[in-house]
Design a protein around this ligand. Structure first.
Ligand SMILES: [Zn+2]
Ligand SMILES: [Zn+2]
Length: 142
């Protein structure tokens, strides 16, 4: 997997530092209402796998946002840090934390059926509706 990139970043106040060794530059945009409520806009997320080191963990507040995922943010400055799947431990992180990744590409839009009409992207991407995502992940669990 030669396209995976190592990268370091920090929250706005600098109390939390993150190193992610395997970032996939093909990122996903999620239009679901949880993501839009969390961030005020769709969530631009890069997959970071599990090879992630977090320094300053005592400043990370984790909110369990659903049965399958938790979201972490800096308790001092509020910077959104990650959405982590409980089952696999895999991290999705805001792409904006990693401005230096080369070859970033908007690859997929999740919950395209939940996207409100007041914005739209011209990027040509794959899309999955909520029903397609549910079908895909339930087939993975078998
Ligand atoms: Zn902070
Ligand atoms: Zn979402």
């Amino acid at each position: 997997m030669s396209d995976l990139k190592p990268q370091t970043t920090a929250c706005l106040c600098g109390q939390v530092k993150i190193r992610a060794n395997n970032i996939n530059p093909k990122f996903t945009v999620c239009h679901c209402s949880t993501c839009r409520t969390w961030g005020g806009a769709p969530f631009f997320a890069v997959q970071c796998g599990t090879d992630v080191t977090i320094q300053g963990n005592e400043n990370v507040k984790v909110y369990k946002s659903s049965a399958w995922a938790s979201r972490g943010f800096c308790s001092s400055c509020g910077t959104h840090l990650f959405c982590q799947f409980n089952e696999s431990g895999e991290y999705n992180m805001p792409v904006g934390l990693f401005d230096n990744i080369k070859d970033l590409q908007m690859d997929m839009q999740y919950f395209s059926d939940l996207k409100p009409d007041y914005y739209g992207f011209t990027n040509k991407t794959k899309e999955m509706t909520g029903a397609e995502i549910q079908a895909y992940f339930s087939s993975q669990l078998v």
